[in-house]
Structures are given as C-alpha cells and as structure tokens.
Design a protein around this ligand. Structure first.
Ligand SMILES: [Zn+2]
Length: 81
C-alpha cells in the first residue's frame, strides 16, 4: 500500500499498522480493523482512498440498518446519570 512517508501534520515518520476504527451511522456502531499509515510522532492516521471508500459504504449501511453481513459483537446502551 502507498502511504506518505512523512506525516502531513507534524512531519513525523509514518509506518503501516493495523488499527481499530469505530464508525457510526444512525444509532448503529461498527468496529473495524484496518491497515493504515500511522504517524509515530502524533499518531495521525492516514488512510488510502480505497479504505475511506469502504468506511463510507459501512457508514451508509449502518444508517440504512442493512447490517445483516456484519457480525454482532454486543449491545450498546444509553445511560442517563
Ligand atoms: Zn504526525
């Protein structure tokens, strides 16, 4: 994959890593594990256009509640304190 070598934010070194990302759509949440470029200095994450496109697809599915292909991992609760 092609990531920039230097972080556009701080100029730090960027390495490819597996990271967890959380996406929201409507009331639904999805947890993804994706490859991303991560700055060793400021932890800025850099995604490829393909990955960003996938994120948008997942967010759209969450919004439309078409989550049949996603594996449920738990329930979310709203708690008023
Ligand atoms: Zn940085």
């Amino acid at each position: 994959m092609d990531y920039v070598e230097k972080c556009p934010r701080c100029g730090g070194q960027v390495v490819e890593k597996e990271v967890k990302e959380v996406l929201w759509g409507g009331n639904n949440t999805a947890f993804l594990t994706v490859r991303a470029g991560v700055c060793l200095h400021c932890a800025e994450r850099l995604y490829t256009p393909d990955t960003i496109k996938r994120f948008e697809e997942v967010e759209a599915k969450l919004k439309q509640k078409s989550t049949a292909e996603f594996r449920p991992v738990g329930r979310s609760f709203e708690v008023a304190l």
